[in-house]
Design a protein around this ligand. Structure first.
Ligand code: GAR
Length: 208
């Protein structure tokens, strides 16, 4: 089975969806470790103690020092893939380059729209008719890497950020599971900043 390292800062519902997919035999993988910048993150509780790494960035002398420690811990878990699933800290260029081509993120917007934080409120504010989530390869520039796949939901009259976030989260889980499956099956790869799907350049994200 492929080894997946998961970076998570919070609740861990996307991690749970990977665990459920593994348990159901939908994903031929195992979770190599869960890595967090928040020692209290609920995501950590989803795996055995030996598979957890969590440190507070404030205990390190610099961003680079934290990223180096995180990177050493991730590398020690010998992952084939590194999945950011609700990891809310920006990864430095050193970390990104260390794991280039093996590092993906799920982001709650239809990239390139709404990079960064508060995506649901911003989609409502912008009057978007549709919103959703994207799985993309990570590059040093925030939320700017090549997009593998997206899932869409409508923005409905009367939505607030929480209602919209819940609708998006429901499609994030199958989106992430399907995307990770494409990676571990070798059907999707990154080359020169673009996504290859079955060996062909992908001009538009897959719609999952
Ligand atoms: C998800 O909505 C994910 O897309 C988002 O955080 C949430 C984590 O939920 N990620 C980002 O905003 C990354 N910038 P989870 O902890 O239940 O998986």
């Amino acid at each position: 089975p492929s080894r997946i390292a998961v970076l998570a800062s919070g609740r861990g519902s996307n991690l749970q969806c990977l665990l459920d997919g593994i348990a159901a035999g939908q994903l031929h993988a195992r979770i190599a470790g869960v890595f967090s910048d928040r020692p209290g993150a609920a995501a950590l509780d989803k795996v055995a103690a030996a598979q957890r790494w969590a440190r507070k960035p404030g205990e390190f002398a610099s961003r680079e020092a934290f990223d180096a420690a995180l990177g050493d811990a991730v590398a020690a878990s010998a992952p084939d893939w590194i999945v950011c699933a609700g990891y809310m800290r920006i990864l430095g260029a050193g970390f990104v380059q260390r794991f280039a081509g093996r590092l993906v993120n799920i982001h709650p917007s239809l990239l390139p729209l709404h990079k960064g934080l508060h995506t649901h409120a911003r989609a409502i504010e912008a009057g978007d008719a549709e919103h959703g989530a994207s799985v993309h390869f990570v590059v040093p520039e925030l939320d700017a890497g090549a997009v593998i796949a997206q899932a869409r939901v409508p923005v409905l009259a009367g939505d607030d950020a929480d209602a919209l976030a819940a609708r998006v989260l429901a499609v994030e889980h199958p989106l992430l599971l399907a995307s990770v499956r494409l990676l571990i099956d070798g059907r999707v790869a990154e080359r020169d900043g673009t996504v290859l799907f079955d060996g062909q350049s992908l001009f538009n994200p897959l719609r999952l």
